[in-house]
Design a protein around this ligand. Structure first.
Ligand code: WTA
Length: 631
């Protein structure tokens, strides 16, 4: 690959070129891939209309670039290492040749089941190799994959399936997480009661548990794969043909199905993977995310495979059978790059250091974090105990919407400043907006983080709702992409992301919108209304605090709290459960009826001193009552 940034001078030159000659810069990067037809234009981007086209007119197949083109040189090299939930179960090393065979077979199964270009396929699977095969098979035949994290409840699953009118669901009988077995197929059955669009369900056998199979709808995958041909030629698709939909929480309303397309996403994830992780041939790379999130899409599947790397998939959890599990895996496979979330680091830092010191970790070269701001203490623990003070930490800032990493240190090139994502990658122009909505030109400022110019992997739209896409990201600051995050730029121009500035709360690295959780709570027959805010939590980063107003006083409040969390689990998933619930006589509201979350946030944090101006409240007395109720 000729897009490697090797030193400070390379970075400076690439960055300069990307600003002065943006189109040539990306065109040079795109030359590293196999295209079946060249492009007419490199980019046609309109930030006002939120319309983006990259490499228009070109044709390619992303899986040809992920798999086929490596076969000649790397056919026998491991593409995917699969480490199962149980350490005593056998790991798999899947070569590029085997990956090719599996993906071709899976593609033929999908075709045989009537899946065509543009059809949506929902994938609800644990972290097993079939998940990667299904994602790649969809891409190979031009079907749009919609991977839904297998921790979501049946309600969340059916909402996502229906939003994209998925024709097929691929799931497994069950899944393993630590010492638990989860009845995935049962959750799918429940969800599909409300999904008339789904014609077929493919079932991977993982736990071999007894499940209900519905005739003509449900099919075990194994016999279909056994009967399928392993010959499948990758078809040519347009650069702007949809690749996948992935849902992310919005601050209001239903989840947003972010749509990513083919060519731009391909070159951006490959380029950033290669440089942010300073990937070298034969390295073993491990990202602990789930493929149900964007991090897994871009940096377990596409980015690494596009570079012909070896990528590790882990089925289990960091705490099972004990808190040494991650470090055991690092030593077992001699992992060179390790990429995880601050919440996992904080949880493991709480455990005895013996769990770490039992292992050498000497193979590690680069360690990374993603998903939420990392606090100084966690950064230092990671640096000292895992990186042994020699591995650069890449604190990578990006979003489902951005498709790939936008701001991150480059190993051995950027300075290491704890809690700072530091530099924009080439092609990325971050700006901070001041209180009056103008770009701050100074350093040493805080503001709302926007990006000035489009990059190849920017989401193209929200599935079925382009207006919402425009309004959410492109209207607050016309001409810019608004991230929803706040940031600081220090005196040397380095960026530190401070967190969300909207009603999205990041709990254990998962983005949660407050509105859907409130909707779930409000469905309880005794609940009049509710408001959710985040409060600091030493492992999860943030935890959820719910203020709930009842229609009438209820005696058994503890039971009610349980029922509320049960409802949330059913409607959204256990990740959205509340840590604290306070019953309140009312919620503080402005005269226009808007809940003043700022005050509720302060009370949840235990900060009763600085409520600011509450004179605009319709019901200021309620603030006092909530405060007293908390104490
Ligand atoms: C937050 C995850 C601070 C941020 C790839 C962003 C971060 C949201 C970082 C996107 C980081 C992600 N430092 N905050 N290094 N990385 N975030 O869509 O608030 O799941 O807007 O994508 O996570 O979360 P998402």
């Amino acid at each position: 690959m000729s897009y490697k940034i090797r030193n400070k001078e390379d970075y400076a030159a690439s960055y300069k070129k990307s600003i002065e000659n943006n189109s040539d810069f990306w065109e040079d990067i795109a030359q590293n891939f196999t295209w079946f037809k060249p492009w007419n234009t490199v980019m046609e981007c309109d930030m006002k209309e939120a319309s983006f086209k990259w490499f228009d007119g070109a044709q390619t197949n992303i899986t040809y670039n992920c798999i086929d083109r490596h076969l000649e040189q790397k056919g026998n090299q491991t593409a995917i290492i699969f480490e199962p939930n149980l350490p005593t179960d056998k790991a798999l090393q899947i070569s590029y040749n085997q990956l090719h065979e599996n993906v071709c077979k899976m593609s033929n199964v999908l075709i045989q089941m009537g899946i065509k270009k543009g059809d949506r396929v929902a994938i609800y699977l644990p972290m097993i190799p079939e998940l990667a095969y299904c994602v790649l098979a969809c891409a190979r035949i031009g079907a749009i994959h919609s991977v839904i994290f297998a921790g979501f409840s049946s309600g969340a699953l059916s909402a996502r399936i229906n939003d994209a009118s998925c024709k097929m669901v691929i799931t497994s009988d069950g899944s393993y997480r630590g010492n638990k077995t989860i009845d995935l197929k049962g959750i799918v059955d429940e969800a599909l009661k409300d999904c008339p669009c789904v014609q077929n369900v493919l079932v991977v056998e993982r736990t071999n548990t007894e499940i209900k199979m519905i005739k003509n709808r449900d099919h075990y995958l194994t016999p279909l794969i056994e009967a399928a041909s392993s010959v499948h030629e990758a078809q040519a698709f347009d650069s702007e043909d949809p690749l996948f939909i992935l849902y992310t929480s919005g601050s209001t309303g239903k989840p947003k199905g972010m749509l990513h397309t083919t060519g731009g996403y391909m070159i951006y994830t490959a380029y950033t993977f290669n440089n942010v992780f300073a990937y070298e041939e034969k390295d073993v790379y491990w990202c602990t995310a789930d493929i149900g999130w964007i991090t897994g899409h871009s940096y377990i599947v596409y980015g690494p495979l596009l570079n012909g790397a070896t990528t590790l998939m882990f089925e289990g959890v960091p705490s099972y059978p004990n808190a040494g599990r991650f470090w055991e895996i690092v030593d077992k496979f001699q992992v060179n790059q390790f990429y995880t979330a601050p919440t996992a680091i904080r949880a493991l830092a709480k455990e005895s250091i013996d769990y770490v010191n039992k292992y050498e970790l000497s193979s590690l070269k680069i360690i990374g974090t993603v998903g939420e701001p990392i606090n100084e203490e966690a950064w230092q623990w990671y640096h000292k105990n895992i990186g042994k003070e020699k591995c650069p930490i890449v604190d990578t800032w990006w979003q489902t919407e951005t498709g790939g990493i936008l701001i991150s240190p480059l190993p051995h090139i950027s300075p290491q400043i704890p809690t700072f994502a530091t530099n924009p990658l080439p092609g990325i122009q971050p700006v901070l907006m001041d209180q009056s909505g103008n770009e701050s030109s100074e350093n040493n400022v805080v503001g709302k983080l926007c990006i000035k110019r489009a990059w190849p992997s920017i989401a193209r739209t929200i599935w079925g709702d382009h207006q919402r896409y425009k309004e959410t990201y492109f209207t607050a600051f016309p001409g810019y992409y608004f991230t929803g995050d706040g940031a600081k730029r220090d005196s040397s121009g380095m960026y530190r992301i401070t967190g969300r500035v909207d009603d999205v709360i990041i709990v254990s690295g998962h983005n949660l919108g407050t509105a859907p959780i409130e909707d779930a709570i409000n469905e309880h027959e005794y609940v009049a209304e509710s408001a959710i805010v985040g409060f600091p939590h030493d492992v999860k980063g943030n935890a959820l605090y719910g203020y709930v107003t009842l229609k009438q006083d209820i005696e058994n409040k503890e039971l009610l709290k349980k029922e509320i969390n049960q409802l949330i689990s059913e409607k959204i998933g256990p990740i959205a459960k509340l840590d604290r619930i306070q019953f309140t006589p009312g919620l503080p509201k402005t005269r226009s009826g808007k809940i003043m979350r700022r005050i509720l946030r302060k009370i949840a944090e235990g900060d009763f001193a600085s409520f600011g101006d509450i004179s605009t409240l319709l019901n200021p007395e309620v603030v006092e009552e909530i405060k007293n109720g908390k104490i």
